[in-house]
Design a protein. Sequence first.
Lengths: 192, 509
Amino acid sequence: MADTLNGSAKRDGLFSFLSRRRFLKVSLVASGAILGVGGGGLLALRGGAPKVEGLRVLDPHEYRTLQSLVEVMLPRTNAIPIDAGSMDLPRAFDTFLADQPEHDVADLQKAIVLIEFGPLVFDKKLTTFSRLNAAERTEHWNAWAVSESLLRRQVSIAMRKFFNLVYFDHEQVWPHIGYPGPSMKRQGWSKP
Amino acid sequence: MSGAIIDLSREAAPKAITAEICVIGSGSGGATAARLLAEAGRDVVVLEEGRDLVGPERTQRDRRMYDQLYMDRGGRASHDLSVSVLQGRVLGGGGVVNTCDVVPIPEGVLRHWAGKYGLEDFAPERFKPFTEDALRDLSASRIPESLVNLANNKLRQGAEALGLRGEVMLHNRVGCRGLGTCLIGCPIHAKRNPRMVAIPKSLEAGARIFTRARAVKIRKAGQELKEIEVRTLDADGYHEQHELTVRAKIVVVAANAIASAQLLLRSGIGNSQVGQNLTLQPQLPIIGIFDERIAAFDGIPQSYAVTEFEEDDNSEFGLWGFRIEGIMGTPGIVSSLLPFSGSPGMKGMAQYDHMAPSLLLAPDAPSGQVEVARDGRLTIRYEQRDDHRARLRRAVETAAKVYLEAGAREVLVPTAPPLLIRSAREAQQARQLTFAPATAPMISAHQQGSVRFAATARDGGADLNGQVYGTRDVYVFDSSGFPTSASSHTMTPIIASSRMLTTKLLTRI
């Protein structure tokens, strides 16, 4: 994580949208729902997650949540028949986080927890995001972008910005969107 | 004597550096000041947080370039994430990552500033020579017709059919090959920006330029010899490494309207006006989608502007109204602005080469704030005002009609939920847009006004020489000083005003 001296590198970035106060408010709502299940019940609800080698920041549960998210954000379709799973976008997120200021990392990890328990907190469903089937997960996630809750809209924007940017930077996607790639190569300019 | 660019991520940093003048920031304001001061024989040190990223390192790839060329790795945003705040972090600053639009401060705005804010040096006749010098620095010229791409021509075609005034814009490119990635750096250096003009001139005149050097605090701002606390950064600019002190008699802060105010606030210097009166000039993208292939990613992304609705003589704010300008980005950035996920998002991006996007530029009232908390965390506080929403609604409706007139199959307004417009009648739906926070991909590329120039400390953060109130020889020479939006594009205004303020400074020292 970014080492800051006297906090001088701290700044308001795309991923620092969860102010402590705002998150506290959401956490209170969330904890109300969670209390109904109980702490042990919560963990049981989330279930186990397979071990993932080489993660620098994320834990396996967070990694799994992002895998589940990417599946619905960037699905294989007729228009773009690419499997985002092959790109390991959650690991790209992990790599990104490893060089972010600590407060951004903490905020993002809270956002991932919120996504995972979103069905419970916002839809009052006794399940988690990763456990929803693809259709339910898609419907649930699409509701974040147009939610009455500013926080949910913010999380939606932040995730979309990161994962879309990384996904569409992949060369294998370009033929399906009509992008022929960087013009330097196309024009045969190896050096300026 | 020849100067040097010293990358502090690669070379051992000294414990202390002494110079007569320390310039913080190497963009339009800082590089211009450094050049003029060095050419006048002054001992100048420049501090730049970014690094000198040139030639083949400008890879035309979204992910790496946003990471390396923009502040906060491209992720800077207003407090509620409603506005993405784009700020260059590279040697040469914003001029390296802009779309080369050369738009001087309109005369109406200059008159407004001189009359309402007492900025006599900005009166049109007095300011004119500095604008002319700036235009020469930039090798400004009209974009040749051969470089106006199909996407911009669609905008022009629709505007002309509707009888709307517009123009092919002025730019600062020489030898442009239409590579199309202006927003993530030109790999062949066709931009005559501060990196290619003022920086080389500064070096020729002996300036020492330190990159990967983050100015953290200015100390002893009221004393003859100031101390700037600096942290060196690693090669990618992610982590702070070493600490050093720069001692200088004169400090010129030109780090952009966000970072300049942030530095002053973090240093605890200046009056209560520092950080106030921020304008973000938020822009909204809109996309015409055509049956024919547009390939807007080739050629100059921004070359035509519809100027029919722009005013420069609004009695309260000077620049007002709105303009519509063609634009395009690489796939990553375009996709990140689209409002939908899943299959609709994939379907939307599959039309990437059929898109002709525009930006709707509406100047805003100076109502935002730059804040720095005790723990050092920056907040860009910004609430969109009703008058801005109203002008954006009108701009959306107009732009939709323009694209439909040019033959667009549909027009996408990338709000959440998205608005798809397929007829002039449907364009009226734009009147219902709420622009609630974090529902529209607003972009700010022209932050201004956080340390306003004013004749008295009651009205602004810096005096008419750019000197920060309450300090001795600590100046701001960038867009922080502009009392209202200077122009639809700020590079030329900043260079011209930095030239004027530096010329004045040289008469006093």
